[in-house]
Design a protein around this ligand. Structure first.
Ligand SMILES: Nc1ncnc2c1ncn2[C@@H]1O[C@H](COP(=O)(O)OP(=O)(O)O)[C@@H](O)[C@H]1O
Ligand SMILES: [Mg+2]
Length: 198
């Protein structure tokens, strides 16, 4: 079984991937694969993000024959890959802000990622692409895990449990007042606001 580990940049996908690899599971780090198979199309200077050839990566993941079961693919676009289960790591915006600051991200980049986590972009996309056009019925193969406050081994445990149970957490930061306050502090940095570039 192939399992995607996805989520907003900074939630800990690569870190849990390393733990799972240490425990003997095959884990594809899609950013590295993209580099290796020449699927990096261009560097998007404005958004400081890389544009990848998703179709090339899909083919690669489709043809991948891992030795472990389950095996994992890890990336903030892993939920778009041909996998059997999608696990979305969710992290409270207060903790995500702390981590992204530590990484040295610009306020604008922090704002972009905080907002993506706040509204649940990866989860929403996963539900959309896997619900066969019926997004009112959340698919059973998309599971969210709230990893706030968990160390990397605890995250790995929860991922492995979710692979077995297909049960996760109901995560919704939109109603969380502390999360709202974090987001509000970054409103001025939102794309298209307070600058001319859009
Ligand atoms: N469970 C955790 N507890 C505390 N810090 C973590 C945890 N997982 C990751 N981190 C830290 O958060 C940052 C982002 O982690 P990373 O695995 O690179 O996230 P992602 O791959 O989702 O972008 C790193 O500095 C990492 O050391
Ligand atoms: Mg990563």
């Amino acid at each position: 079984m192939k399992v995607a580990i996805t989520g907003t940049p900074g939630v800990g996908k690569t870190t849990v991937g390393k733990v799972l690899r240490r425990r003997g599971y095959d884990v594809l780090h899609l950013n590295r694969v993209a580099r290796e198979i020449d699927a990096l199309l261009e560097e998007d200077e404005e958004r400081q993000a890389r544009v990848v050839d998703l179709h090339a990566l899909e083919r690669y993941v489709e043809e991948w024959e891992p030795e472990s079961d389950p095996a994992f693919v890890e990336s903030h676009y892993a939920h778009l890959m041909p996998v059997d289960l999608v696990i979305v790591l969710r992290l409270h915006p207060r903790e995500l802000e702390r981590r992204l600051k530590k990484k040295g991200y610009s306020p604008r980049k922090i704002a972009e990622n905080l907002e993506a986590e706040f509204v649940g972009v990866c989860y929403g996309e996963a539900v959309e692409v896997r619900s066969g056009g019926h997004p009112m019925r959340p698919p059973k193969d998309v599971v969210q895990l709230d990893v706030t406050g968990l160390d990397e081994d605890e995250v790995a445990e929860r991922v492995l449990e979710a692979v077995e149970s297909r049960e996760g957490d109901d995560v919704d930061w939109l109603e969380d007042e502390e999360a709202q306050r974090v987001i509000e502090r970054y409103l001025q940095y939102r794309e298209g606001e307070g600058d001319e570039e859009g």
